[in-house]
Design a protein around this ligand. Sequence first.
Ligand SMILES: [Fe+2]
Ligand SMILES: [Fe+2]
Length: 358
Amino acid sequence: MSHVINRRNFLKGASALTAASTLPISMIELAFADSSQNFSFAYISDAHIQHVKGKDFVRNWDRGLIRAVAETNLLTPKPDFVMFGGDLAQLGKKEELDHGAEILSGLSGSKLRCVMGEHDYYLDLGQYWEKLFGPQYYSFDHKGVHFVVLNSILTTDEWTFKRWPTAVQRMNEMAGLDNPNGSPFMVGDKQRAWLKNDLANISKETPIVVFSHSPLQKIYKGWNFWTDDAEQVQALLQPFKKVNVIYGHVHQIQYNQIGNISFNSVMATAWPWPYPSTYAQAEQYLPKLTVEMNRADPFFERDATGWQLINVATGNVDLHYSLSNNTSRTVAFNSKTGQPEDTSYQAPEKRIPPQSHF
Ligand SMILES: [Fe+2]
Ligand SMILES: [Fe+2]
């Protein structure tokens, strides 16, 4: 039986620096940090706010996002900013995006930035989302780290513009997890050209953090845990010394190292997906380093959902997962082995060398 941490007690413990050896690394480093360069940010993802009718929304998905916002507001010190990792809406509807934006507006004192998810995009191709949250891809610098936000859920013009009689049907086809009528995601030529240009004047020593919705690595095509031009994006990131890619979409904890690039996923606030290995109808590349997330207990509506606090003090990502109804977890970069590791659950003998390629 897992020990359930009450968030309020956890935060109290962290700020009082008690039982330091049991605290997640990210919180300890924040508490002891004396460098002005140290900072953290919070990451909330995959809320899937779903409109029913009138003012009714699916309560459970609302609750997940409301809880994440409330807990993020309790953090001391405050995260420098909060990322929302995509799939704010379920079917891209104005009502859903408005309602999601209203809940996110409850974040106090931390700047919000957003990543586009396929559930936000395929009704109007991101037009209303852009009005609320800004451009679909962009970059910014913060305390010596270069951050890049990509829209990784694009696909071919043929699929997007010619195949479906209505925008609603296009959205519905893309909303299914294992729908064979869906399309593999891609970043696309235009954004890759933009990325190349964006990175052109960045020193190779500068830590790079890339946010995408779908993984910029190929995990499982059957569920679109996949970006078709992932290798081409990775090639643009290879010259940099410290690169971290953080992605949503998979609703589960995954981490991986490919060459110089660390990959970390974030959890959903709506619901968890099982690992593809439990539904292995097709070839899949679930990273071998993953320590499986607990399977969701259906009697706890928030089980296996949560949000995450991310510390990039070292230029690599230490990612603390705050599970709503279960034991917190930390996946931190181990500079000795050169890969991310689960600091609590990953047995040393199970650590394997990083993959150089798929
Ligand atoms: Fe999602
Ligand atoms: Fe998604």
